[in-house]
Write a protein that binds this ligand. Structure first.
Ligand SMILES: [Zn+2]
Length: 313
């Protein structure tokens, strides 16, 4: 009997130690993988931000413990990730840079209103916007330039190629609008660009305050606060893809791809479009985190090296 008991105890001990060894290997693997993914996303986000705001982001500072910061031209530092768990509403009210890039904007055609909390690009870091486009109404106004579009002109921010990009969109859309009444009626009359105002129901400035957003012709199905999803989907089903593609090609996002839809609204957000263009697919390899970006371009290659250097362990 004694021998059998000892034998069972030994087997039990073997299974116990063996299983905990497996369990600890498994959890280490998961943690490593998670941190790899975080690292990949961090680097991809930094690259998109630095490519999107090349004159305004000078460098990356800090480390994992103290936080990673973007060093801006003014000397101000912007925190990448506050490491707080937030609800969608909290992200909207108080986002960090990581929150603004978390949902990847879909560049493919969308014919249905997306999920309620899928709003890629709808949260904005105001420290970044004020740094690039102006810190007050007067300072934004001093940067506005007129973008000509046929018989009209629209005031848009001259910084960071925002106005140049709207000009490129309009140059592409005007000839199309002349020959196509659906396109023409979705663009004109344009409902406005620069308007220094708070978003209704919030205490946050609208992106129109910075001269980086344009509302095209308005329709009763356009806005989540005054339209049903059903009416909005009817509007989406006939909305010309030529308009959306011309804007996206020039680094604008469209409010028609938000669960909180705003179909007339287009907003210049190069970092959001660059992430969608380069990093739509999940990349798990830390070494090849930049795969998808145009690494043949010298500016991209230099930034990849800068990021790797700043974040070296
Ligand atoms: Zn708008």
């Amino acid at each position: 009997m004694k021998k059998i008991t000892v034998f069972i105890l030994l087997i039990g001990l073997f299974l116990y130690t063996h299983n905990s060894a497996i369990a600890s290997t498994y959890s280490t693997t998961l943690t490593d993988k998670d941190s790899n993914l975080n690292n990949v996303t961090l680097r991809q986000d930094l690259l998109c931000l630095m490519l999107a705001y090349p004159e305004y982001i000078l460098n990356i500072e800090g480390n994992d413990q103290e936080g990673i910061y973007l060093l801006m031209k003014s000397g101000r530092k912007l925190l990448y990730d506050d490491k707080r768990n937030k609800s969608s509403d909290q992200k909207l009210a108080n986002p960090d840079l990581q929150d603004t890039l978390e949902q990847v904007y879909p560049l493919s055609t969308v014919r249905n209103i997306l999920d309620k909390d899928f709003d890629p690009g709808r949260c904005r870091v105001y420290g970044l916007l004020t740094e690039v486009y102006g810190t007050s109404k007067q300072s934004v106004e001093s940067k506005l330039i007129n973008v000509n579009a046929g018989n009209n002109h629209y005031q848009f921010n001259g910084n960071n190629k925002a106005a140049d990009s709207l000009h490129a969109v309009m140059s592409e859309l005007l000839p199309l609008a002349q020959g196509n009444s659906t396109i023409r009626n979705c663009i004109f009359p344009c409902s406005g660009t620069f308007n220094y105002r708070i978003i209704a129901g919030t205490n946050q400035l609208s992106p129109h305050s910075f001269g980086i957003a344009i509302d095209l012709a308005v329709n009763k199905g356009d806005y989540w606060k005054w339209s049903s999803r059903e009416t909005a989907e009817k509007r989406l089903s006939t909305y010309p893809s030529e308009i959306v593609e011309a804007f996206e090609k020039n680094n604008f996002i469209w409010g028609g791809k938000w669960g909180h839809f705003d179909i007339m609204h287009f907003e210049y957000r190069p970092e959001i479009v660059l992430k969608a263009r380069y990093f739509k697919e999940k990349q798990n390899s830390e070494e090849l985190w930049y795969e998808g970006a145009p690494i043949q371009e010298v500016s991209v290659k230099n930034l990849i090296e800068k990021i790797n250097l700043a974040l070296r362990k």
